[in-house]
Design a protein around this ligand. Structure first.
Ligand code: HEM
Length: 327
């Protein structure tokens, strides 16, 4: 069970990272269709694979880009020996994107694959928890599965074009919920708890609350950033285009450093907690550095996935630390 929980945790974390890379690179259109990619189970790696070729076997749904248009095969057929003609092919009208970029395609594919793969251990955890008839794992595994279903449903609503206010924030918080429940399960199967001072535990609780608020506000900043980028504002000018309230997020880091220092510094000497203490110190430093990259070094795209993955990481380590302790 411990191993399955760890696998599920790593896979969901990869989904968060891949999802962020997809957004950053605009790779979402890397696979025009779903669940296959250009009508293939394993996506194309070179442009040749999506150019029409004579005397070739095409199965229904297979996609090619010809005459700057994306076409899909309306039925299984073998192509003629002449040049491309539209019999057996129809234009794909769900969107007007007709480009092939191997990096976009594979980023999107890894995102989908890790998403689908993570469902397997989560479902397995749910079945095994039910069979164990133990209350805590049943609650945690059901909550994990419920959050996965909610995120998938929300994603589908957004893809289908429904405008949901604060959808990025709701999506991020529910993805975080999956990881938080999995951390709960990891601690449950691990079982080791070490006694700590009441005050130290209170600081960890306070860190969880403040990290959560910082994360939620970060996603609000991101909603504004996305709109600014879409409207054509250059990366170098993003920060100056943000509304004044974004300063709360930028300055919030000092409060987070202070509250984390109160428990992480003394815990550096405690074997059970030293790793968590080092992790939060490292994450806070790295978040500050990526924040500086945003503010002073032109808002580089590569810093965006790092910032969100670390933002999630902070609150997950906080939770692990509090669950591994008792008073
Ligand atoms: C412990 C400290 C911090 C945490 C936990 C944190 C967390 C987050 C999170 C979770 C997001 C949402 C990312 C997304 O949805 O893609 C975000 C966005 C953002 N944060 Fe932070 N952040 C921290 C510190 C900072 C600092 C110090 C700065 C600037 C000096 C900063 C600037 C930003 C900006 C500009 C965004 C929008 C990024 C985007 O559009 O991808 N953050 N933050």
């Amino acid at each position: 069970m411990k191993r399955i929980t760890n696998i599920a945790f790593v896979l969901v974390y990869v989904v968060v990272l891949a999802g962020s890379v997809v957004r950053m690179t605009g790779a979402g259109m890397g696979c025009p269709d779903w669940p296959k990619c250009f009508g293939l189970l394993i996506p194309p790696t070179s442009e040749d694979q999506i150019r029409w070729a004579p005397e070739t076997n095409y199965s229904e749904g297979r996609m090619v880009i010809e005459r700057d248009t994306l076409w899909y095969a309306t039925q299984d057929h073998i192509s003629s020996d002449g040049s491309f003609n539209t019999s057996n092919w129809a234009p794909y009208t769900k969107h007007d994107y007709a480009e092939f970029n191997a990096i976009h395609t594979w980023t999107e594919y890894i995102n989908r694959l890790s998403g689908a793969l993570s469902g397997i251990p989560i479902l397995l955890l749910f079945i095994l928890a039910i069979r164990s008839r133990k209350r805590t794992p049943i609650i945690l595994a059901s909550a994990t599965l419920g959050s996965v279903l909610f995120v998938a449903w929300l994603g589908k609503l957004v893809i289908d074009g429904n405008l949901i206010p604060n959808s990025i924030t709701i999506h991020a918080v529910s993805a975080l919920a999956i990881l938080l429940f999995l951390v709960g399960l990891i601690q449950y199967y691990d079982g080791r708890k070490v006694q700590i001072k009441k005050s130290i535990r209170a600081y960890i609780y306070a860190s969880i609350v403040l990290s959560f608020l910082q994360l939620v506000q970060g996603t609000q900043v991101r909603e504004v950033v996305d709109i600014a980028l879409e409207s054509g504002i250059s990366r170098a000018n993003i920060i100056s285009s943000l509304p004044d309230w974004w300063i709360i997020h930028r300055s919030g880091v000092w409060l987070l450093i202070a509250i984390h220092a109160l428990w992480a510094v003394p815990m550096l000497k405690m074997p059970r907690f030293a790793l968590y203490a080092k992790l939060v110190i490292g994450i806070l430093l790295a978040q500050t550095l990526t924040g500086i990259l945003f503010s002073r070094f032109g808002f580089p795209a590569f810093a965006q996935p790092i910032h969100i993955v670390l933002g999630f990481g902070l609150i997950l380590v906080d939770l692990r630390a509090v669950l591994a302790s008792k008073v």
